[in-house]
Design a protein. Structure first.
Length: 335
């Protein structure tokens, strides 16, 4: 489908898109047409992990100019409501979010976006790193909500892209030890590459057995568990594993209803927290990338031109590699 190049409004910028990562949610919308209450009713452009180059700015935009390389924060509040006033704009019920029905995403050649949610990239931060700020932001937000700090012992359940960014961020925030579980040996190897101290390949263990293995490799129960799968058994293992007085953060989204040992959590004062996307994370992520304090480059395992988007989506659906990146600019020859 070909669409006309959009014209930016007064507070918007028009971007020539460069790198767009494929997220599991993109694949889910493609395959199932819905995630929870978000239902695809009309044709929708996918993509929300993105970076590009400014080609035109609206009349009210002063902090960006044509030629600037930017990372795009996909969630833009539509009104200054109570959540925006308190700095938690991700919870605003009227937020625009790329590739969440009915809002179009940015997997296209040209895209317009609110200038306030486009962040200039330093010269030493690549377009791919800029696109990876979106999943990285999930890790930053989750680890902040979890209270990861100097010396924390952390259990990350799931070694997909979101599990991996949580490993990276937890280590950056001072975690003394991070253990990761997954079904896939290759994904656990990637977790080791990005900084995990211990990995456990789960097979047919019960949630209690998984919790026991986590305690065994750490030498104690973890202070913090970051659950990145949404699978019922993994949430159960997260509760059993977390030490009394610790925190379990639910990052992965699975079925609406799950059965969990809630009394076990309650009597041991295990705090259970949710996260919804992120807020106020792009400046932090850019500073970390520019200072080379973190390295997200190993996350990208596959690259495709936009013309091969279907092949890229099928690669992601099969679970190959870690992060599949699409290149929207045909003139770009960088890896």
């Amino acid at each position: 489908e070909t669409r006309p190049i959009p014209e930016p409004g007064p507070n918007e910028v028009l971007l020539r898109m460069h790198s767009v990562g494929i997220c599991g949610s993109d694949v889910h919308y493609w395959q199932h047409g819905r995630i929870g209450d978000f239902v695809v009713k009309d044709p929708m452009v996918l993509g929300h992990e993105a970076s590009g180059t400014v080609v035109k700015v609206g009349s009210g935009v002063t902090h960006l100019k044509p030629g600037d390389r930017v990372a795009i924060e996909p969630g833009v509040p539509r009104e200054m409501d109570e959540f925006c006033k308190t700095g938690r704009y991700n919870l605003s019920p009227t937020i625009f979010f790329c590739a969440t029905p009915p809002d179009d995403g940015n997997l296209c050649r040209y895209y317009k976006h609110s200038a306030s949610y486009c962040y200039k990239l330093p010269d030493n931060v690549t377009f791919e790193e800029g696109a990876l700020i979106e999943p990285l932001s999930v890790g930053i937000h989750a680890c902040k909500r979890a209270g990861v700090t100097l010396g924390s012992k952390v259990f990350v359940s799931g070694s997909g892209p979101i599990g991996l960014v949580n490993v990276i961020v937890a280590k950056m925030m001072g975690a003394a030890a991070v253990v990761v579980t997954d079904l896939s040996a290759s994904r656990l190897q990637k977790a080791k590459e990005v900084g995990a101290d211990f990995t456990i390949q789960v097979k047919n263990e019960t949630p209690q057995e998984v919790a026991s293995k986590v305690e065994g490799v750490l030498g104690c129960m973890p202070d913090i568990t970051v659950e990145c799968t949404g699978v019922q058994a993994c949430i159960q293992a997260g509760i059993y594993a977390t030490r009394s007085g610790g925190t379990l953060v639910l990052v992965g989204l699975g079925p609406e209803m799950v059965t969990v040992p809630i009394v076990n959590a309650a009597v041991r004062e295990v705090d259970i927290r949710g996260i919804f996307r992120y807020c106020n994370t792009w400046p932090v992520a850019i500073a970390l990338l520019a200072s080379k304090r973190i390295n997200v480059k190993p996350l990208v395992t596959h690259r495709f031109p936009l013309e091969k988007a279907l092949e890229a989506f099928e690669t992601t659906k099969r679970g190959e590699g870690v992060k599949v990146m699409l290149k929207c600019d045909p003139t770009d020859q960088s890896p």
